[in-house]
Design a protein. Sequence first.
Lengths: 480, 486
Amino acid sequence: MNALIATSVLGLFAMISEIIGLKKWIWLISTIGIAGILGLTVYEAIAMNGTQEVFYGMIKQNNFSSVFSGLLLSITLLWFLLAKDHYREGNHANPSDQSALIIFATVGGLILTSYTNLTMLFLGIEIVSIPMFILAGSDKKNILSNESSLKYFIMGAFASGIMLFGIALLYGATGSFDLEGISNGLMMVSQNPSMFFLVLIGITFLMMGLAFKVSAAPFHFWVPDVYEGAPTVITAFMSTFVKTAAFVAFFKLFVFGFYSFGMYWIQFFKTEPVWSMQLLFLSAITILVGNIVAVSQTNLKRTLAYSGIAQAGYILLTILLPSPETLTALFIYTASYSISTLVAFTALYHVQKAKNDYSFDAFRGLGKSNPGLAVVLTLAMLSLGGIPPTLGFFAKFYLFKSILAFNGSLIWIILLAILGSLISLYYYFKVIISMFGGDETSTKVEINLSDRIILYAVASLIIILGLIPSILLELGAMII
Amino acid sequence: MIAALLILFPLVTGLICFALPGKRASRLALESSILTFLVSLYAFYAFINGQNELLEVSYPWIPSIGINFHVGIDGISLLLVFLTAFLTPLILLSSQSKAYSQSSNFNALVILMQAALIGVFTAKDAFVFYVFWELALIPIYFISLIWGGENRKPVTFKFFIYTTVGSLLMLASILILYSLTPTGSFEIAAFYALPLPPIYQYIIFTGFFLAFAIKMPIFPLHTWQPDTYVTAPTEGTMLLSGIMLKMGIYGVIRWILPLTPIPVVEWGWIIILLAVIGIVYASIIALKQPNFKRMVAYVSIAHVGLMAAGLFAGNEVALQGVVIQMLAHGINVVGMFYIVDLITRRTGTDVMDQLGGLRNQAPLLATFFLIILMANIALPLTNGFIGEYLLIIGLFQHDVWMAAVAALTIIFGAAYMLNGYQKIMLGAKKELYNHVTDVTTKELLVLVPITIMIIGMGVYPKFFLDISAGPVKEIVNALHQGYSMK
C-alpha cells in the first residue's frame, strides 16, 4: 500500500521537477526513487503477516501482490537503468514528462497486482494504458510515432470499452464487483439459467479486453505498428512492463474470479467450461500466428513485436491451467521474458541510434566491431529462443513441466508450443547470423561506458539466473 | 569428483580464454586440454582400481523440482570421455598452425565445447544431460558460422535447426518421463526404475530416437551433414565427426536401449534397414565425390550407419563393437580430416583429380596417410578392424542378410579410400606441387599420437573392451528383460 502511495508521489514529483529546475537530475531521481520503493516493497513483504486490505477491501495486499509488485518495480528499475542514454541531454526534449508517465504507469501496474475489485481492475488497466498512449507518440516529429499513438489509443479505447461492458454484464448477473463476490455469485447463477448467457458473454468480453492488452491473437493487430512506431525505449517498456502487468491481472481475474465456477461447471456439465476452450484457442492461435508471421519480418523491432505476441501465447497457458506450479511458471516466465526483451531492445536502441536503421542489415559485422554488444544481443536472443543455459530455457522448461504435471492429456499443446519455439529460432537467429556470419565490418557503435556496464550487468542476469534458477523458484513458491 | 572436475575445469578455462589475447589464449587452451587429458587418464586408473566414489558426484542444483548436478563415469562414459580428452589437444594443435582471426574466441569455444561434450557423456540426470546436449551445440554453431567456408550462413543454420528439432523432441520425452516418476525426479536411475506402459514407450522412443538419429546421422536424416562438414573449418569438422556424432550413439545406449525395450525390439529392424540403406547409399555417393573432404564426410555416414545398425542388433557383441568403434572411428576420422587439411593447406585444393604424385614431395605424409587410411578401411591390426569385426559378427547373429549387406561397407571402404589415395599420393610427380613440404615437427605432434592409438588399439583391444564389458552387459540384459516383461 505504501509502495502505491510512494510511487504516486514520486510520479507527481517527477512531473513538477522540471519547473523547479531539476531537469538534469530527473533520471537519477527516478531511478533512486524506484529502487527505494522496491526496497520498501520487499521490506513490507517481509514485515507483513497475512493479508492487508485497503480502500474498503478493493485492494488487498498479500504474497501474490508483493511478489508481482516486486517484479513490476524491478522491471521499471531495469528499464530506467537501461534507458539512461535516452535521458542524456539532447536525446530527448521532455525527460521529466517521460519519467512521470512511466512512473504513473508503474502505479497502474501495482494496482493490477493487488486489486480485488473489478473497478480497480479497470482503473489499473487505464492507468497503465493512458501514459502508454501518450508515450507512444512522444517522438512528436516522427509520423510513425504519431500513427502509433493514435492507433494504440483508438484500439485501446475500444478494448477498454468492451472490457467495461463485460464488467457490467458480470455485475448484472452476480450483483458484485468484488472477485470473491463474483465467485460466490456465479454459484448462484448456476441455479438461474436465464443469467447464464449474461455471464458467458461477460466473461468473454473481459477476456477479449485483457487479450488485447496482453497482445494475444486475434487481438494483436495493433502490436507491430504500435511497437514499431513508438520510440524504442518506450516499446521496451510496453512490451515488458505492460504485458507483465496485464498478465498478472488476467491470471488473478480468471483464477480468483472464475475458477470455482469452472470446477462446478466440470462437475455439472461434464465438459470443460467454455472460457477454458476459448483460452486454449487463444493460446494456440497466438503461438502459431506470432511465430509464423515473425518469420517474414525484415527488421528487428517488428520481429521483437511478433516475438512478444508468440511469447504471450505460451504465458496464456498458465491462466488456462491454474495451479501453484503454473503460477510460479507465470512469475518466472514473465521475469525471464522481460529481462531478455529489455536487453534486446536496449541493444537495438544503441544500434538504431548510431546507424539510424533497425533492419537486420544494420547488424551486419557487429560481431567484429562491437563484440560486447553482439554477445549481449545474442544472449538475449538465445534466452528468448529458449536455449540453455540461459534463463529463457529454464522458464520454458518449467512452464512446460508445470503444464504437463497439471494435465498430461495436454501434451498436444506442449508439442505445439515446442513447434512454435522451433519456428522462433529461425527469426531469433536471423540477427545472430547477421552479426557473426558476414565478412564485412561495420562502423563501431559508440556506447557510453556507464551504459555499457549497466547493459552487461543486466545481460549477465540472463546467464546467472539461468544457472541458479532456484532464486526465482523460491520467490515464485512464496506467492501462494 | 573426477567427472565434475573434467567438466568444470575446461568450462572455467574456456571462459578465461575469451578475455585473453590470442597467443596466450591458445597456450592456455592447449595446456588446459592436456591437463584434462591427464585427468582422464587418472580416471582410467581410478576405474580399474574400482574407486567409484571418486568417479561420481551429485550436488543438489535446483532441489525444489528434483534436479541434481549428478555426473558419473562408468565404462562406456569413460571411453568417450577419454576420446574427448584425447582429441581436444590434437584439434587445438591443428588449429595453431593456422592464422584464425579472433583466435582467443576460437580456442575458448573449442574448450567450452569440450566441457559440454564431457558433460553429455557423464550426465546421470536428465536435466543435466539436456543442458549439456544443447550447450554443446552453441560453440560448434559459432565455430562454423564465424570461421566456416563459403555459403556458411545457410549451411550452419540448417545444421542448427535440424539438431534443435531433435533436441526439443527429446525435451518433450524427458518431460513425459519426469511427469511419470512418482516423486518427481530427473535422475536417470529413477527413469530406469519406472514401469513404462508400452504406449509411453513408443512416444518416448520416438522423441529420443529422432534427436539421436539426427545427431548421428541416420539416413534419411543426414542431409545436414555433408554440407556442414565441408563448410565448417577443419577443427569444427573434427569436433563434429570425431566427437559430436558419438553423442547420438551414446544417447541411444544410455537412454533408448534400457528405457524403451519394446519399440527397440519391435522397430529395430526398420532402423537397421535404414542404417544399411544409409551405408550403401553413402558409400556409392562417396565413390563419386571429386572432393576429398566431401568424400570423407560421406564415408563418415557409412561408418555411422554400421554403428547404428549394431545398436539395434540387441546383442552384447554388437554393442561392444559399437562402443569400441565409437572410440576408433573418432580417432580415425579426425586423423583423416587432418590429412585432408594438411593436403589442402599445402596445395590449395582437395579436388582429387587435380592432385597426384604427392608421395614424391612428401613421403612422410604419404606414410601417415596410408596408416590412417588402413584404419579407416578396417585392416586387421588397426583399431578400425576390431570394431567393424565385432559389429558384423553381432549383426550376423541378429540377421544374416542385413549383416551381409552391411559388410559391403568394408569392400566399399577399400574402393573409395584406395581410389582417393591413388589419385592424391601415387602417380607421376607433378611439377606444380614441387613447393609442397613434408610433415613438420608440429604436425607430427598430432599425427604420432593418432598413429599410436590406431596401432595400439588394434593390437591390444582387450584393455578397452574390458572397460566397457560390464555396463554393456547390463544394458543388453535390461533390454531383454524389459522386452520379456511385455
